[in-house]
Write a protein of this length. Structure first.
Length: 96
């Protein structure tokens, strides 16, 4: 399974309705699980980003779920494909 770190910011709509954020998180978790993803963690943060999510699953499931999340209008996201130590070690081990 692939790991994805998603950095999220509230949109104007999302911050106006910030009190609904816990319920939106639960809806996201349900949507992700239905798509075959595992939400490893979600953190509300201070600083440049409002939330950080760590999700595991197939690339196509993650892409579709994050596009759906963005289409709801409450957050904008930037997603990074993350590699574990072991995955990275295999990658550099294949370097010529």
């Amino acid at each position: 399974m692939a790991t994805f770190v998603t950095l999220l910011n509230f949109t104007d709509q999302g911050i106006k309705n910030v009190k609904d954020s816990p319920e939106r998180y639960n809806a996201f978790r349900t949507m992700a699980e239905k798509a075959g993803l595992t939400v490893k963690s979600v953190h509300y943060t201070l600083g440049r980003y409002d939330l950080v999510a760590v999700v595991e699953g197939p690339d196509e499931a993650a892409m579709g779920t994050l596009l759906k999340l963005g289409s709801l209008g409450n957050v904008r996201s930037e997603t990074l494909r993350a590699f574990s130590y072991d995955e990275f070690k295999k990658i550099v081990g294949k370097m010529p």
